[in-house]
Design a protein around this ligand. Sequence first.
Ligand code: ADP
Ligand code: ZN
Length: 723
Amino acid sequence: MFAQVIVDIAHSQVDKIFEYSCGESLRAGCRVKVPFGGRVIDGFVVGVSKSSSYPPEKIKPLSYVYDEPPALVEECFALMNGLSERYRVPKAVALRLFLPAEMRSGRVHEVYKKYVKLADCGIVLPKSAKKQVEFFEYLKGHSPAEYTFCCEKFGRGAVNGVVEKGGAQVYKVKVNRAPGGYEGGSEAGKVLTPAQAAALDSIEKSQKTVQLIHGVTGSGKTEIYLNLISRALQQGKTAIFLVPEISLTPQMFSQLKRRFGEQAAILHSGLSAGERFDEWWRLRTGESKIAIGARSAIFSPLENIGVIIIDEEHDSSYFSESAPRYSTIEVAKMRAAHNGCKLILGSATPSVETYQRAVSGEYNLITLTQRINGRPLPHITIADMRREVKRGNNSPFSAALREELAATLSGGNQAIIFLNRRGYSHTVICQDCGYSLKCEHCDVPLAYHSEENCLKCHYCGAKYRLPRACPECGGLHLRYGGTGTQRVVSELKKLFPAARILRMDVDTTSGKEGHYKILKQFADKNADILVGTQMIAKGHDFPSVTLVGILDADMSLHFSDYRSGERTFQLITQVAGRSGRAGEAGKVVLQTYSPENYILRYAVNYDYLGFFNNEINLRKATRFPPFSLICRVMVTAEEDAPALEALKGVYFGTEELRQKYPQEFIFLNKMHSPIKKIQGRVRYQVLMRLEGEALLPQIYSLAVKYTTAKALVYVEENPVNLS
Ligand code: ADP
Ligand code: ZN
């Protein structure tokens, strides 16, 4: 027999199938080790055949077959081809997506626990072997016992002595490292509201593959998802359920565990390697049938998929920012097509592109306009911060927000304060010369962190001591500008000394269950105010929260990015949606320096359609996505020379394409990236707007062609982040 093998090397030169001889029992999907160029390396078996086209004397045997069921499901091979063609990555790189990182290189293994049990209580031990006698007597009352425990208590020699004499037996049991950080219990399905039932009905009857559920926050989308998963399980099928940053939303996972128990497995980067390994295998062996996770869970090793759900489909975390730079929705469509199942996209604020596809009839559109039980959406008040400043208010809080906070606290309710900046202040500027302190490795301003009393770079994590003087002019008047979460907390403490305040941002959530601990404390009402960044915007369901303060609503409006309006609208709607989800009506105070901005007007009225119609007309008129494709070829390097060399190559190559196909180009230029340096690497880009996807393969080829040992070149399509 012969095995077709892809070697686990991410290089285009070895991106082909190699053949090795193998035993009869080998199956496609197995992981193996193979001799390759004088070394032995890992590989994946993508096929097995009886004959080979190579002369037999040239074929070497496999070195090793991992003793396990095939790790890769059959569908991987089709997706591997699809992905490597689409995103121009070697097949090995595409295959790696299907395996948890720790499984490659075999660093993580199954864990077993040893036990010792009574085998023959009739054996006679010599009286002199006191420890053995003691252990044997103990075992008679405590069989089976943990092996290591017994060894510690009686000595390894004593335990092994009794085993050797036939009195006891050692055996091992596989340990299932299940992720913690969620609540247990069980829960039956809810009685569906008419709107939920109608939504399920519409999905069932629809012939379209992609279904968009556009439902306001709190309209009960989750219950619809759970029903779809139940139906898939009833048909003997499996399900994939994606949630952005699942590690931030243990509530969602708890809910799934309560509903589906062991059938649900979770995959995300917050798990320990061992936990992820075990969860992954539970899915692979069919022990679990529902994969829940962030972006990468779209590659779950499931077969016979009955439904794929992508919650908060507009979320930017669904775009991969490392090779291959795939769109999760695009991969999900491939898997849905392969399995003949439906893909459900859900959001209160669908991306403009998705919604456009829905109104144009490509997707089935389901709209939920009401919150469950008719609870009103929270009322949003705009606080004009320009006026506050004129009145001499230099605190981060408007008068309106202070009042509402006081009322919320005295009413025994909870509040959330959102601010997308961590640290204490986010710039340090010399007032004498105007110099702004920057990171040595990144072209970005440094933020002051009061807890550690240092300056931090939020791009590379570098820490700096506080300078006494300006490094440029020696001036002593350094101004700490801008407000971060730490400053908000300290100001809140001054205003409301009795309030219990939690802060949730990157700095407070280190550790495996850091997020969970803070969220749990807040959910259990052991805190009154939760201050946080983006992390608190998504998905959380805290019934006692009746006030949300948005401190810098318009920050994202000023990015020079065609999506900034869309982002702002989404963010406000999502954060506001955390308020008034249960009993009392919720309120939102939205602070801004540009209250007249039309995006804010639509957001305040929850007018998604108004926002969408305005936005889509703007995009059409200015020819931005979805009416064009933005393509950025990034070039990064440690030094300028190799970067510029590669940039030149890519740019001339693209220019040539433009001369050949002028009708495909709307815009083309080369330039420094807005952030000129990150982590010590200079950044340049060729930026273009294209009519469509026709030239993408050629542009990907240019990136491959000009990548060198010193310069990294890669393509981004409609990049989430243009910095
Ligand atoms: P969404 O995902 O649309 O924001 P959720 O699924 O979080 O909304 O639902 C909002 C609230 O309504 C949750 O507390 C949920 O438990 C509750 N809920 C959802 N469906 C029902 C139902 N059919 N009956 C009673 N309560 C429900
Ligand atoms: Zn840095």
